[in-house]
Design a protein around this ligand. Structure first.
Ligand code: NAD
Length: 439
């Protein structure tokens, strides 16, 4: 048995509100998939909370458990979905327009999905130039924040939810560096009162959620809860936050392949990535200010994994290029091409080509589910502030200012699993294995 104390995790009793700013392709693929799983019409593939086992104790103990049986997670049957969108389509119409899931899956869910209608959004065209919306709230930024708080409370009351979690699934906002308004909670609140233009809509959602005690996870790369004011608010309110930018597609591949090449001390001269994508996300990202937000998020990954400053002979000249092209015929079925120029023994060059025909929202939906369930677990375990153990799910993991972000998918997985073991008082696994070798 473990020498660790089991931490106190409140049971997952009652209903959990899963609140989604943005009810487009990702959000509706997620909602429809959960409902299909509940009715046994499909499997939640890609979700660790639903499908993965975790090893407990030493290898010789042969103890494995499903994660969902090991930690007290909300059950799928207890999830209730709500959201906001400037486009007034209900979840069925939005899912049908997104064309991620086919009619064979959507038709039996029509009544359920049609009943999920987006609440009027906090939306500002200035931050997402390619979208127009009419399902929009009005008021000053402070009033908008108050309206969102009201929405959260009213939704929870109406649906008899004991807890809530918010996952940002809305469009990527224009690129922004933190400014004076973001440096402290006091400055942010003053800026809210002054209707400061540097406060983006996503920040108003994050503020409303965290102020109400609702964990906030950011699935897009924009500045939303990753600045000092929001971290201060999360600490003060004892609320879990995490982000940012769901790790799917090309970046997922990067964080699988690059750690492997680095582990074998193979050099790299260049990594050229390009994509074609034809969904609304692709259209929004066709705007340079919005693409810049995504580009920064995508580019950060290789630098941290390869550590060119520590290994200049291997990586100092690395050229990393990323582009996304909006190409309508492809819809949500993105195609990514990667050319990786690697270098081996005596400097001999080699190449790896990856052609990934993926489905963006199919890869993102299970991440939304896991983040909602783990965000809620963190809340019940009293974990506040940045949840670095959820880095596994993000392209640009939010991290403490004193450390660098961890991008290696396998290190991220060990961290996530050890966090679960720690919460449940199980021994942490360090893979030393000396017990067996000394037998
Ligand atoms: N699918 C993936 O693989 C993936 C990976 C990483 C990140 N993301 C991010 O997830 C987000 C959602 O992607 P998607 O494919 O569902 O896009 P989408 O365009 O289909 O949906 C986004 C929705 O957000 C709405 N929206 C925009 N601003 C809003 C606001 N202020 N409040 C509420 N709603 C707002 C839009 O009207 C739209 O319906 C995007 O930011 C995308 O960059 C997606």
């Amino acid at each position: 048995m473990s020498q660790f104390q089991e931490n106190k995790v409140a049971p997952a009793e009652g209903k959990l509100a899963v609140l989604l700013p943005g009810m487009g392709a990702v959000a509706t693929t997620f909602i429809a998939g959960v409902e299909a799983s509940r009715r046994d019409l499909g499997k939640p593939i890609g979700s660790l909370t639903q499908m993965a086992h975790i090893r407990l104790g030493k290898r010789s103990e042969k103890r494995w458990q499903m994660i969902k049986d090991f930690v007290p997670l909300a059950r799928l049957s207890d999830l209730v979905f709500g959201g906001w969108d400037p486009i007034p389509d209900d979840a069925y119409t939005a899912a049908a327009k997104a064309r991620v899931l086919g009619p064979e899956l959507l038709a039996p869910l029509k009544e359920f999905l049609s009943g999920i209608k987006p609440m009027p959004a906090v939306f500002d065209h200035a931050w997402v130039k390619r979208l127009e919306g009419r399902n929009v709230k009005t008021g000053t930024k402070r009033e908008l924040a108050n309206q969102l708080v009201q929405d959260i409370r009213a939704f929870m009351d109406k649906n008899k939810c004991s807890r809530a979690v918010m996952v940002w699934c809305a469009s990527t906002e224009a690129y922004q560096e933190p400014g004076p308004a973001h440096q402290s909670l006091a400055a942010f609140e003053r800026a809210l009162d002054a209707n400061d233009p540097s406060i983006a809509p996503s920040q108003i959602y994050a503020y409303a959620a965290i102020s109400t005690g609702v964990p906030y996870l950011n699935g897009a790369p924009n500045l939303s809860a990753d600045f000092p004011a929001m971290i201060e608010l999360a600490e003060k309110k004892g609320v879990a936050i995490g982000g940012k930018d769901f790790k799917t597609g090309q970046t997922l591949m990067k964080t699988i392949i690059a750690p492997g090449l680095k582990a074998r001390m193979l050099g790299m001269e260049g990594w050229f990535s390009t994509n074609i994508l034809g969904n609304r996300d692709g259209e929004v990202l066709d705007e340079p200010a919005n693409f810049k937000t995504k580009e920064v998020s995508k580019l950060s990954v290789l630098e941290q994994i390869l550590e060119p400053e520590r290994y200049p002979e291997l990586y100092k000249d690395l050229q990393h290029k990323v582009s996304i092209h909006y190409y309508k015929p492809r819809g949500d079925n993105k195609e990514g091409w990667d050319n990786i120029d690697i270098v081996g023994w005596m400097g001999y060059p080699m190449q790896i080509k990856v052609n990934f025909l993926c489905r963006d929202s199919i890869l993102a939906a299970p991440i939304v589910l896991d983040l909602a369930l783990f965000g809620d677990l963190a809340a019940r375990a009293g974990m506040k502030g940045i949840q670095e153990w959820l880095s596994f799910y993000f392209k640009s993991p939010q991290h403490a200012p004193s450390v660098y972000p961890e991008h290696d998918l396998f290190v991220q997985k060990v961290r996530l699993e050890n966090n679960l073991r720690y919460l449940m008082g199980e021994e942490l696994i360090n893979y030393l294995g000396s017990d067996y070798t000394n037998e």
